[in-house]
Design a protein around this ligand. Sequence first.
Ligand code: AMP
Length: 182
Amino acid sequence: MTPMEIELDLRDAVRSIPDYPKAGIIFRDITTLLGNARAFRRAVDELVQPWAGMKIDKVAGIEARGFILGGAVAHQVSAGFVPIRKKGKLPHKRVSMTYALEYGEDEIEVHADALVAGERVVLVDDLIATGGTAEAAIKLLRQLGAEVLAACFVIDLPELGGADRLRKLGVPVRTLISFEGH
Ligand code: AMP
C-alpha cells in the first residue's frame, strides 16, 4: 500500500473532538480506531513496516496510548516492551527526564534496568505534536545506551514540527496520518 492509501484507509477511524481538552484544540481520539479490529490491525502492521525485517530488541511506548499500540507492535515483531511512564508510577530504580510544556514542565521515567546498552529500540506513541514528549523519551532511551532505530506515530500534526525535531536528533520518524492545525 502507498502512504496515501494507508492514510485514506485509517483517517476515518480517528474521531476528532473540537475544543477538547480546551478551546482551540482539536483532540484526535484514537479509541475509535482501537475499537475497529481492521483499523487497529492495519495501524499496528504499518507503524513498524519499514523496520519489520530488522532485529528489534524492544518497543518503548509512551503512557498511556503508546502502551496500547506499543504493546501490540512489540508482540507483532517479537520484541520486549518498555513502558515510559509519567513521574511517580514506576516502582523500581528509574531514570527520569524533564521536558518543557506550553506552561511549565513535565517529567517521564523509565526503569533503569529496562534496557541493556546496545539494544535496538523502536519508540511508539499515538500522536506527535510538538515532539517534546518523544524527544524526552529518546533522550531517556539513549541515556540507557539504547540504539533508537525509529519513532513511530499513528498521527502527525506537521504544523507543530515534532517529526522534524526528532529527525534533527538523528531518529527516523514514521507517521501514518497527518492532520492540519493543532
Ligand atoms: P507533544 O509532546 O507536543 O508532541 O505531545 C504529544 C503527546 O500529547 C502525545 O502523547 C499525544 O497523545 C498528546 N496530544 C497532543 N496533542 C494532541 C491532540 N491534538 N489530540 C490528541 N492527543 C494529543
